[in-house]
Design a protein around this ligand. Structure first.
Ligand code: NAD
Ligand code: DAU
Length: 357
């Protein structure tokens, strides 16, 4: 079996659902169920004998040691993290706790387990650490895309914590020989993304006729990848990636934030017109910029494409249409995750942001 951490979140749940759809190998999911983790994301497999869920912290070394001894996984896929940049600005300590200390404790437990495995199982074992392109910092408009050898220059508390975790993973390979793999992926979108992130937040607000907050001038560029493509890339890396290596993953879809917001508005105008027919784009509101806001991310995916034959399948326009449709069809999911704590976050984050630009 494989052990997945953070499997109740956005990408982890897509990974578990895709895995169990295609393969017989069981999955053990260790998730703390923070505000971002929803067991309902995995309702489709909750009765499946190949799926096992344990609520717990990757930083609880004793628990992880016990789970490893009991279930003897052949691989770990580490999704568990605090993942939202804005939250890392207002409360960075949780990011250090889970992303840095948690990953370190997980590595300690996994390394002890791995060292005690018989030689063939040791050789086959993999620890896949799911990281982000944000560790590389910000690119100028005309700069070449991030390759795996780009210097680490994290700018936010979130990216600093992910960079630290990447360095620990690297060190556990270099020092102890643990067969690690690291992936650095660009912005994901798709079903079940928590509506604190740009795309689901814009859909959520637009459907309620609320302002669509665009930070600063909205010309910041991200490279968007459908979550299902990311999960296929992770499976390719797990299957045939070289231990000790890192792989960049991207969507070949660089877009300015304003263009993303307008694409969502256009899809909604067609799928769910506003009463009276006014365009959703009328709701766009420029607000104060994110402190230290990275201007541009872009991925050079030559290594994963060349070595592992992976490339994105879902085009951005098709992916956005499908994502908007998913949120329209799953408003009950949205209602269930946007509880009191979600409303507290929105009011803390957006109330009083002066209109800019
Ligand atoms: P998410 O916030 O939706 O989910 C995180 C999950 O981890 C939640 O289920 C949460 O309950 C769980 N978790 C948090 N702390 C934990 C702990 N201490 N122990 C166990 N579980 C814990 O995040 P996501 O967007 O699905 O991202 C998953 C991973 O992918 C993260 O490591 C993130 O850095 C990375 N990543 C995300 C993106 C993106 O665009 N979302 C892009 C590249 C990389
Ligand atoms: O690049 C990969 C990263 O992508 C992941 O590692 C992170 O976990 C994930 O959250 C994401 O980080 P971003 O900060 O790029 O994503 P977010 O959806 O928060 O913001 C996308 C862009 O939209 C960014 O430039 C900020 C902007 N934005 C965001 C929000 C929430 C707005 O303009 N308004 C908003 O209300």
């Amino acid at each position: 079996m494989i052990l997945v951490t953070g499997g109740c979140g956005f990408i982890g749940s897509a990974f578990v659902l895709g895995w169990l759809q295609d393969r017989d190998e069981p999955v053990l999911n260790l998730d703390l169920l923070t505000y971002a983790g929803h067991p309902g994301n995995l309702q489709a497999v909750s009765g499946d004998p190949r799926y096992l869920f344990v609520r717990g912290d990757i930083g609880d070394q004793q628990l992880v040691e016990r789970l490893l001894a009991e279930h003897r996984p052949r691989a770990i896929v580490n999704f568990a993290a605090e993942s939202h940049v804005d939250r890392s600005i207002s409360g960075p300590l949780a990011f250090a706790q889970t992303n840095v200390v948690g990953t370190l404790k997980l590595l300690e437990a996994v390394n002890a387990y791995w060292r005690a495995l018989p030689a063939p199982a040791q050789a086959d074992f993999r620890f896949l650490h799911v990281s982000t392109d944000e560790v590389f910092g910000s690119l100028a408009a005309d700069a070449p895309a991030f390759s795996e050898s780009h210097r680490y220059e994290p700018n936010s508390p979130y990216s600093a914590s992910k960079a630290a975790s990447d360095h620990f993973v690297r060190a556990w390979h270099h020092t102890f020989g643990l067969p690690t793999l690291t992936t650095n992926c660009s912005n994901n979108y798709g079903p079940r993304q928590f509506p604190e992130k740009l795309i689901p937040l814009i859909i959520h607000n637009a459907l309620r006729g609320k302002p669509l907050p665009v930070y600063g001038d909205g010309r910041q560029v991200r490279d968007w990848l459908h979550v299902d493509d990311h999960c296929l890339a992770l499976r390719a890396v797990l299957a045939t990636g070289r231990p000790g290596e890192s792989y960049n993953i991207g969507g070949r879809s660089e877009r300015a934030n304003l263009d993303v917001v307008h694409a969502i508005c256009g899809a909604l105008d067609r799928l769910r017109p506003r009463p009276g027919g006014a365009p959703h784009a009328e709701l766009v509101t420029h607000v104060k910029d994110r402190p230290g806001h990275d201007r541009r991310y872009a991925i050079d995916d030559g290594k994963i494409a060349g070595e592992l034959g992976w490339q994105p399948r879902v085009g951005f326009e098709e992916g956005i249409r499908g994502t908007v449709q998913w949120y329209l069809d799953n408003q009950a999911w949205v209602e269930s995750v946007t509880s009191g704590s979600y409303r507290d976050w929105v009011s803390q984050q957006y109330t009083g942001l002066a209109t800019a630009a």
